[in-house]
Design a binder for this molecule. Structure first.
Ligand code: TLP
Length: 346
């Protein structure tokens, strides 16, 4: 059996989700007549304590629209240097919203207001003005790290004072909520919009939501249509999404425990380095440079033994735990990694 630790995006819908999908009441969502999509959007808005929400097919579309509704062409978006909106969305920030990223490098993915403050620009003969601040929580390439709520609030207060909006890429914000033991509405209380994914740790086959003010979400709906995201009888997807939203957050703790188990096991291997302090949720990034082998070579050897782990650079690999890999699977993965890495170092 293959143990797939490439991403939490690989999860398959649960039996309960498949049943709900088969029985979902549907309508034409472009006319806002799909009762299941409407219910999902309403529940997402309630859970996040915002006025409204919009169901979108992907996190990338949710972020793209989130950036679009707060900015104008020719502005800058302040974001973290390894953020998804900057590095992994095919330059949608430039392509669709006409904005330039102003990245800030940080150690684990969390920016401070003090850093952001210095990067804010106003319109001048040489400078493009700042249009938006984008945060990522949890931070994927930081290793699934979590923003302290006070840091988010400090950024939002500072931004709002300067009449700037804050968007959160909360693809895995429920993982952050579990790690902090706080509801997502508290984490996101001051941000202007949040994108979160149903199709990662929450296990839905497809879908993300963008939440925010009534006015912003009404405009977001038009951009979704413009991008080809008007999905008609999308209630079959929203039905799985409702289960992801209502039931699945409570089991994320298990994924976090599995990530910790893997990280601690990896830390004992010769030539493997893991920063255990950055393993806070369901992601483990580890450095294999001291094994003398490239991350891609090791990934291929793990694959040959049935364990899928993606390299994210020449020297680092990323493990993501999720619903479809249990404790036993994690222990098996660890013994394969040990078998592959140990002879290299012998
Ligand atoms: N992340 C994927 C890859 O694209 C890297 C993964 O396997 O982790 N924000 C964040 C923080 C994400 O990690 C992702 C997906 C997205 C946005 C985009 O979501 P989708 O894939 O639904 O467009």
């Amino acid at each position: 059996m293959i143990i797939d630790l490439r991403s939490d995006t690989v999860t398959k819908p649960t039996a309960e989700m498949r049943r709900a999908m088969a029985e979902a009441e549907v309508g034409d969502d472009v006319y806002q007549e799909d009762p299941t999509v409407n219910q999902l959007e309403q529940r997402a808005a309630e859970i996040f304590g915002k006025q409204d929400a919009l169901f979108v097919p992907t996190g990338t579309m949710g972020n793209t629209i989130g950036i679009k509704i707060h900015t104008e062409h020719g502005q800058e978006v302040i974001c973290e240097a390894r953020s998804h909106v900057f590095n992994y969305e095919l330059a949608m920030m430039a392509w669709f919203t006409g904005c330039l990223a102003r990245p800030i490098a940080t150690e684990h993915g969390q920016m401070r207001w003090e850093q952001i403050r210095h990067e804010i620009r106003s319109l001048s003969p040489h400078w493009a003005p700042t249009g938006l601040i984008a945060l990522e929580n949890t931070h994927n390439m930081g290793g699934g790290t979590v923003y302290p709520i006070e840091w988010i609030n400090e950024i939002c207060d500072g931004a709002h004072e300067r009449k700037l909006k804050v968007h959160m890429d909360g693809a895995r914000v429920f993982n952050a909520a579990v790690a902090l033991g706080k509801p997502v509405r508290e984490i996101c209380a001051k941000v202007d919009s949040v994108m979160f994914c149903l199709s990662k740790g929450l296990g839905a086959p497809v879908g993300s939501l963008l939440v925010g003010s009534k006015q912003d979400i009404a405009r977001a709906r038009l951009y979704r249509k413009r991008l080809g995201g008007g999905m008609r009888q999308a209630g079959v997807l929203a039905a799985a999404g409702l289960i992801a939203l209502e039931i699945m957050p409570s089991r994320l703790e298990e994924d976090h425990a599995h990530a910790r188990l893997l990280a601690e096991g990896l830390a004992e291997l010769p030539g493997v380095k893991v920063d255990l302090s950055s393993v806070q949720t369901n992601i483990v990034i580890f450095d294999v440079s001291a094994t003398g082998r490239s991350a891609a070579e090791l990934s291929a050897e793990f694959k040959a033994q049935g364990v899928l782990i993606n390299p994210i650079s020449e020297t680092h690999l990323r493990i993501v735990t999720h619903y479809d890999v249990n404790r036993d699977g994690c222990n098996k993965a660890l013994s394969v990694i040990r078998k592959v890495v140990a002879p290299v170092m012998a």
